[in-house]
Design a protein around this ligand. Structure first.
Ligand code: GRF
Length: 209
């Protein structure tokens, strides 16, 4: 059974999901704490949010490394130096490579109901398709694009007149709450993975009946 007490959170932008985790972890009863925040670019609000509460930050820019493989190694080393139980990719706009994925469990959040609309434009793609319901997904990351085992999902309605920004904000309200809930439960109760099934705590399947 894995635990999730020490979190390294990765961000690329505004970091409101990170903020939700920082706020939740201010209560020791939450069971997890953000021990570092990493980014693939400088000057983003996500890094400022961490700095304001005294959480260490690091930046590994892809362009500063001769190859993608070297960036993969560099960011994995940065992450590993904080000895996380769980890495949370919260609006981090890069696919993590084998050096990170092989060293720690990585949680990811996506603003659509996977397997529909994976990738960097999940909200835009759902809107363009004309779905009436979309939502958010919290999953474990694997080597693919938003293809890892799903842990939790919640639906969000698409309303007449929505544009990408309005719909994304409505999804993010739900996404932040779901991410905080799932990370907290994983930290407090532990979790196991079997194939594509992630079970948190005593959420056991047939074997417990
Ligand atoms: C979230 O909707 C995340 O799923 C997506 O980008 C957004 C990041 O928001 N990939 P924030 O930086 O946490 O505010």
């Amino acid at each position: 059974m894995s635990k999730a007490g020490r979190l390294v959170v990765l961000v690329s932008g505004s970091g409101t999901n990170l903020q939700a985790l920082l706020d939740a972890s201010a209560d020791p009863a939450y069971g997890a704490e953000v021990v570092a925040v990493g980014a693939d670019r400088d000057g983003i609000e996500g890094l400022a949010r961490a700095a304001r509460v005294g959480v260490p930050t690091f930046v590994e820019r892809l362009g500063d490394h001769p190859t993608r493989a070297e960036w993969d190694e560099a960011i994995a080393a940065r992450i590993a130096s904080y000895e996380p139980d769980l890495v949370v990719s919260a609006g981090f706009m890069k696919i993590l490579g084998a050096p990170t994925l092989g060293a720690h469990p990585v949680l990811n959040t996506h603003p659509a109901l996977l397997p529909s609309f994976p990738g960097a434009h999940g909200v835009r793609d759902a809107l363009a398709y004309g779905v009436k319901v979309t939502g958010c997904t919290v999953m474990l990351a694997d080597a693919g694009v938003d293809s890892g085992p799903i842990i939790a999902q919640e639906a969000v309605p698409v309303l007449p007149g929505d544009d990408e920004a309005v719909l994304h904000e409505r999804i993010k309200v739900v996404e932040r709450r779901l991410l905080v809930e799932i990370v907290g439960r994983m930290a407090r109760e532990g979790w196991t993975v079997s194939g594509r099934t992630v079970r948190i705590g005593k959420e056991t399947g047939e074997e417990s009946k």
